[in-house]
Write a protein that binds this ligand. Structure first.
Ligand code: KG4
Ligand code: ZN
Length: 339
């Protein structure tokens, strides 16, 4: 089987070709970050319009680079949600149109299932069952992954997602959108211990997160004195440590709770170096192992949608000619995969 995958749930347009035997043959990506920067965040209507411009050339490039004629495709996978509804519709309608023209099935993939399965693209994939820490701009979740398609939510954020916390505090520090990676960059020059921000929910039992209080604490710190370069770096460092520290502690708690010893970290915040270092060290200390997708597959991409789509198409799950797009879509509502 060989699938073409299309991702357009937010501000990344992407296409990829995955072969069941030969593996990932191509992946193309265009980030709209530049387009949205002036507005300090993603503008949904601009995102949709740009996907319309970008997707078809990306699809053509992915097919050309993998030397895949349409006849060689067994199906098309596209992100059907959750995400920005207009953005999702551009990818869904393109996928459904191509599937109709080429007389192959199209399947709507859950974006978070894509993130969860991204580490399967690596040469040393995680074993099942495992615990997954899914940390992106929109989600912060701990999930017990028994098998592909078998997900149990252990805990999630009550308010802001970890990526959102990075982006919002970065904005308070005057960093341009998307602030997470830039905050991480300046944090490297910060003095350890110069600031200490609360690690919410750590003192409480359970696997829930809360990051909204961090913004207020950072706002007070920013306003307390003129924001020199060094103070900015010091605050960034403390923000990163508060977020990474909280995620690490709760992820380890989830391993204890489930008795599992494999941890998968995926989603954009999984690209954060401090988080990776802390998690790897903490897991090693208790005899567990952490599995990551490569950095470029932590953030949104079509390769991960191809992995999830291939599994779903193999199980015969597709929507005929329907164009599926859901802004909200609970992961737990996904149908299981037949063994
Ligand atoms: O998974 P993703 O690309 O998109 C969503 O599905 O949300 O995640 C994007 C999020 C943004 O909030 C971005 O700031 C954050 O991931 N991010 C990072 C880093 N790289 C991306 N946050 C902290 N450190 C990074 N290196
Ligand atoms: Zn994502």
């Amino acid at each position: 089987m060989r699938v073409l995958a299309i991702e357009s749930s937010c501000d990344e347009s992407a296409a990829a070709v995955l072969d069941a035997e030969a593996g990932l043959l191509s992946h193309e990506l265009y980030s709209q970050a530049e387009l949205h920067r002036a507005y300090g965040g993603v503008v949904p209507e601009l995102a949709s319009r740009d996907h319309v411009r970008r997707l078809l050339p990306l699809v053509k490039a992915a097919l050309a680079r993998s030397a895949t004629p349409p006849e060689a495709l067994s199906g098309i996978a596209y992100t059907a949600g959750p995400g920005l509804i207009g953005a999702l519709l551009t990818g869904a309608s393109l996928a459904a149109s191509l599937a109709y023209a080429w007389r192959i099935p199209a399947t709507g993939v859950h974006h978070l299932e894509g993130h969860l399965l991204a580490p399967l693209l690596e040469s040393d994939p995680p074993p099942f069952p495992h615990v997954a820490l899914l940390v992106s701009g929109g989600h912060t979740m701990l999930i017990e992954v028994a098998a592909i398609g078998d997900y149990r939510l252990l805990g999630e954020t009550r308010d802001d997602a970890a990526g959102e916390a990075f982006d919002k505090t970065a904005k308070l520090l005057g960093l341009p959108y998307p602030g997470g990676p830039q905050l991480a960059e300046i944090a490297r020059r910060g003095t350890p211990g110069a600031y200490h921000f609360p690690r919410p929910m750590l003192d409480r039992a359970g696997l829930e997160f809360s990051f909204s209080g961090l913004k207020t604490a950072v706002l007070h710190a920013v306003r307390a004195a003129p924001l020199t370069e060094q103070r900015r770096a010091d605050i960034a460092r403390a923000v990163e440590e508060a977020i990474a520290g909280t995620l690490t502690a709760k992820a380890l708690r989830a391993l204890d709770y489930t008795g599992l010893s494999a941890l998968v970290v995926s989603g954009g915040v999984g690209a954060n170096r401090t988080l990776r270092e802390q998690l790897t060290a903490a897991a090693r200390a208790r005899g567990a192992r952490v599995y990551y997708p490569r950095i470029e597959f932590c953030t949104d991409n079509a390769a991960m949608i191809a992995v999830a789509g291939l599994a779903r198409l193999r199980a015969g799950q597709h929507a005929g000619l329907a164009i599926e797009a859901r802004a909200q879509w609970p992961l737990a509502s996904l149908p299981p995969l037949a063994a």
